[in-house]
Ligand binder design. Structure first.
Ligand code: SF4
Length: 514
């Protein structure tokens, strides 16, 4: 494929897509709606996707001759001045850039400024985020994308790849056996990319959609698939639009991509409910899963993987074609830090790093008290000294969803888990008793704590039933916040049973008689 790429341009100013004022400030032509327009004969204005680091948004970068200046939220006037300087061949002389980085003049991926939040972890799947035009295939191609791979390359690359996120049919498990079963299946096969509801998957779809599409296309090629469906939440409008446009511009895919939006509710990301939503069923209920069986979409066997998983597959294929052995290959985990932070951040950590490394990308508001690791129904912990791998996280009874929600000392953990239980009671699909009734009873038992009735054994017994008997991962995981909070922060439950809230959140102050 022959594509136009920013890596070939002399000088480029990158402004965030969706912030038209920035692009307008640098060139009138950009206002016409093109993704790329010429501000000056030699300066290209490119609208790029987010980097994942909220504190730097909107980020503007100015690049020429192997130098890039980074400006965090520079404002429209300064952006205009930066563009004018760039036209004169100057980088970083205007305003007060966050940093200026020297790099290869033909850099096809983001030159990472190590001294900023962008330098946290390593950027493998996110290497084009903030650098590539999301819907222009040229930048992905220049970075080695659109690998010319065969079936054997895909099968080898999939070996040992672990499914990322609860929306993946192979959550925390090797994807290869499922791929083998799909290859052996009779009839038409479908590939479903589940990018519903998780910040990391939405970021990939919004910022580097070609990475996701390429991974899906590689799977489709390996399976000779009849359908490839990209499934996102109705709430992630930008991600949906970007991946839809990128899909239209994808050159010669094995199968045309379909984009489907599902309801913006947490449970709609569960793989079998995702299939229900894609089939157009309005009442989303989980399907039973039998060991060794493939999921089914409109009667056809399907693979259901998250955007993270398929993007990893693409990266592994590229590594293989580059001659990197599995030992030299670096699998990563994408982690979003949110909660009591000034701005959320999504970073990519090596499997050998600890989760607390991700905290360097955010500013915690208040004192760190706890973190809920693993998404809405993650585990509560007072320490992030754990690797972000399934082994490390499940050993500590934490979730592997790639979300770390910070809880500051101004929040109450009994209230926190009570609200999560209430959420589970309000939003489960209602199909099975352990989850439906269990979440309601859990909410009541946690309310009883406020009345002085804290019965840990009773709560634990209920959580065991939810964990062991729920039909889908929703009910299994809904048990985790309360279980881990009682393990690590039991004194808070005991204090509430005594009528005290250590965070001074739950009880009205008692007036002391004079
Ligand atoms: S575990 Fe909850 S969400 Fe899953 S099938 Fe049962 S009731 Fe529905």
């Amino acid at each position: 494929m022959d594509h136009d790429s920013l890596a070939d341009r002399r000088a480029v100013i990158r402004v965030p897509a969706g912030h038209d004022a920035f692009a307008d400030a640098t060139t009138d032509a950009a206002a016409a709606g093109d993704e790329t327009a010429t501000a000056d004969e030699d300066v290209t204005v490119a609208r790029v996707g987010p980097t994942g680091i909220g504190a730097l948004d909107p980020l503007v970068t100015a690049t020429a001759d192997g130098e890039t200046a980074f400006y965090a939220d520079p404002g429209v006037d300064l952006t205009s001045e930066v563009a004018a300087d760039l036209a004169d061949g100057t980088v970083g002389a205007t305003g007060d850039p966050l940093t200026v980085v020297d790099h290869d003049p033909d850099a096809a991926t983001l030159p990472v400024p190590e001294d900023t939040a962008l330098g946290v972890g390593l950027r493998r799947l996110l290497r084009g985020a903030g650098w590539h035009r999301p819907t222009d295939p040229g930048d992905h191609a220049a970075a080695g994308g659109f690998a010319d791979a065969g079936l054997e390359d895909v099968v080898t690359a999939a070996d040992g790849l672990v499914g990322r996120g609860w929306g993946d049919w192979c959550h925390d498990e090797d994807v290869s056996p499922t791929l083998d079963r799909a290859r052996d299946a009779f009839g038409d096969v479908a590939v479903v990319v589940n990018a519903h509801g998780t910040a990391a998957d939405a970021l990939l779809a919004e910022s580097v959609p070609f990475s996701v599409l390429e991974g899906a296309d590689l799977l489709a090629t390996a399976l000779d698939a009849e359908r490839v469906v990209l499934y996102l939440s109705e709430a992630d409008e930008t991600a949906r639009e970007r991946i839809e446009t990128a899909a239209e511009r994808y050159s010669d895919p094995e199968t045309a991509f379909e984009v489907v939006a599902g309801p913006a509710v947490h449970r709609a990301a569960e793989p079998t409910m995702a299939l229900e939503a894609i089939e157009g069923n309005h009442r989303l209920e989980a399907r039973l899963r039998r060991p060794g069986e493939l999921p089914v979409l409109d009667g056809a066997p399907a693979l259901v993987h998250t955007a993270r998983t398929v993007a990893h597959l693409g990266a592994r294929v590229r590594d293989k074609l580059a001659g990197l052995t599995p030992a030299g290959r670096m699998d990563t985990r994408i982690v979003t830090v949110t909660g009591d932070v000034a701005s959320p951040a999504t970073v990519e950590l090596a499997g050998t790093e600890r989760l607390d490394a991700a905290l360097e990308a955010v500013s915690v508001t208040g004192e760190f008290k706890a973190a809920c690791v693993g998404g809405r129904f993650g585990g509560l912990t007072d320490s992030l000294a754990v690797t972000p791998t399934p082994f490390g996280l499940t050993h500590d009874d934490l979730g592997t969803e790639g979300v770390v929600e910070i809880v500051s000392d101004e929040r109450c953990l009994v209230e926190f888990v009570g609200r999560r239980a209430q959420r589970a009671a309000d939003t489960n699909c209602g199909r099975c008793v352990p989850c439906r009734e269990g979440a309601t009873q859990l909410t009541e038992l946690l309310r009883d704590v406020y009345d002085g009735d804290y019965h840990r054994e009773r709560i634990e017994e209920l959580l065991r039933v939810m964990d062991g008997s729920s039909v889908c991962a929703f009910g299994v995981e809904a048990a985790r916040p309360a279980r881990t909070a009682m393990d690590v922060f039991e004194s808070e439950f005991e204090a509430h049973a005594d009528g005290r809230c250590p965070a001074s959140v739950c009880f009205e102050p008692v007036e002391v008689p004079q």
